[in-house]
Design a protein around this ligand. Sequence first.
Ligand code: ATP
Ligand code: MG
Length: 308
Amino acid sequence: MDGQPLLQVTDLKQHFRMNKRFTVKAVNGVSFDIREGETYGLVGESGSGKSTIGRSIIRLYKPTSGKVTFEGVDISGPLKEREQVLLRTKMQMIFQDPMASLNPRKKVIDLIAQGLDIHKLYKTKEERKEKVYRILDKVGLSREHANRYAHQFSGGQRQRIGIARALIMEPKLIIADEAISALDVSIQAQVVNLMKDIQEETNTAFLFIAHDLSMVKYISDRIGVLHLGYLVETGTTHEIFENPVHPYTKSLLSAIPLANPVKEKDRVAIPYDYATSGIDYSKGIQHDLTSTHKVLATPEELTAWTNG
Ligand SMILES: Nc1ncnc2c1ncn2[C@@H]1O[C@H](COP(=O)(O)OP(=O)(O)OP(=O)(O)O)[C@@H](O)[C@H]1O
Ligand SMILES: [Mg+2]
């Protein structure tokens, strides 16, 4: 754990002011970091703020407060051109619905080369084509696919196009927001394995946002658990799955169906209700159980949870 992290998020807040009286506090002081080549999984129920965090990092939103640094550069304030370019090239996003994010009137070659076109990252048409071919190969599509249109592809293939679009920029960080959720279960594993292979080859870091905890467990090195815009627990995948401490994390994990039918029959879902939990998230104390395992709790709560 030495060296500076690739991405460092410190006390990030993202509030949406709806009207004079009402503000949606989507993200409430979240801190975590991602190291080069690492996959950080972000989990939590619908509306917990996962997508908002991804969007704030990549600056689809301007953070309400807090700090985000990427390769040591502050990208949370007003962006100079150099920082804009850093963000738009070295950080890429893969979306949930590749159909909605791929222009149906464009050929695959032009969809994949879009980032190269915008940032003028080739000298000749031939070089552009070669770069696209190389990426097509990497994501398991063929050169013949280059001249077809996105709507001619299956969901899994379209997501490969989405990955190719990101990958061609040689990003340091890919934010994958529910990137496999819309795919058939059989295709999900293929696409996740593709991401893993790519990561091994390129050392790209991933912020992997997903509902499906078994996929998150499979792909992530570390995990952050979000609830109501607060990061309630973060740790290595092993720490979160083998020694969950926060009651919300325990509840979330207890909801995962087990593959073993005998164990599944005895699985007990642990309910959790913030309103009656007696826990005050706004106290915001992060306890270090280990150097990587942190929990949002007061000292008293933590003692009660770990002893009980
Ligand atoms: N642009 C916006 N304007 C106002 N409120 C928003 C905006 N974006 C998100 N929110 C609200 O912020 C909260 C967090 O939303 P977000 O989309 O980040 O959740 P999520 O964890 O990604 O959920 P899901 O699992 O359903 O994708 C929700 O209450 C949502 O309604
Ligand atoms: Mg979301």
